[in-house]
Design a protein around this ligand. Sequence first.
Ligand code: NAD
Length: 362
Amino acid sequence: MAKHTVTLIPGDGIGPEITTAMRRVVEATGADIEWEIADAGEHVMAECGTPLPDYVLDSIRKTKVAIKGPVTTPVGTGFRSVNVALRKALDLYVNLRPAFSIPGTGARYDDIDIVIVRENTEDLYAGIEFEQGSAQAAELIDWVAAKGAGAIRPDSGISLKPISITASERIVRWAFEYAIANDRHKVTAVHKANILKYSDGLFLEMARHVAAEYEGRIEFEDRIVDMTCMGLVLYPEQFDVMVLPNLYGDIVSDLAAGLVGGLGMAPGANIGTGCAVFEPVHGSAPKYAGKDMANPTAEILTAVLMLQHLGEHEAAEKILAGVRQVLAEGTHVTYDIKRTNTGSTDGAVGTQAYADAIVATF
Ligand code: NAD
């Protein structure tokens, strides 16, 4: 069995508890992983003066693979977000968010198997914003008027939505390659090209261009984002692999997480050409920090994605089977799952006891 070195970022809030649970489960599979702990987040700011010290990026550049707990975004400190900074610094242009049903979660559906591929570097999340009342916003508003491009109210704040050929082409290509490598049959590109002709329109044009190369191998369709949301709720089985620009990808993946039992069940990965950073979709849930209550399933399923990425398929399958068994039995589950299934949190177990129950299935 190959030995792997993985950067581990425990994070803030419930992060340390759920990453401890994840680590215990991964180690119990026998996978040979050496963890290089490189902490980031709000709690390292006092000591390091930044929530993302250089040693974190140095470690990931060296190991190429990281798994993290959620990190709190400090409010009003001038730091935007550790997660956004990581994605930018390492050019992690793919955000992979699978949503699949596991019986026992109390979710509304039991047959969901959707993979969301979200573009991670541009769109309205590019961070190019002009504050209402600023000289730059006024200048931009005057420039737009002078070009005859439209009237923006003078008391507006503005966020730009850049969509490029480069980013659109590579994310759609990644989605098709993922579909092929994982025996998927269809890719759906999601957009609002009927209204946003030059941004989403370009994304759609590139999606069609790339799709043509895969004709006969992978089915392709495109859908408007609002109809997609309705379709996901009414007929989720119509979707297989979905590829979306950044903002729609963020929103639609939370919708998909809701179909399979909520944020506590949603794993994720940020992937670039050189490195990959695995993290659950949910945040640091500060109100549950230190209480041994949080559901570590999303973090544990995130480790499954990481193990698949490392080629440790046997360990990944073992964990997945253990999670399925524990959730199906329903006796050793955390408060959120207990409440969804029974309407009460009575009899729920803690974060670590849930991990113990998974390990006991191995
Ligand atoms: P959140 O995901 O932390 O919480 C949303 C709700 O879901 C809360 O009620 C929370 O208690 C619950 N919840 C989340 N994860 C859970 C789990 N594993 N088990 C049980 N319940 C769970 O979102 P938020 O409150 O908007 O954000 C809190 C902080 O997390 C913010 O600082 C935000 O910026 C940050 N955040 C970080 C990441 C990340 O690191 N990738 C992602 C999202 C939010």
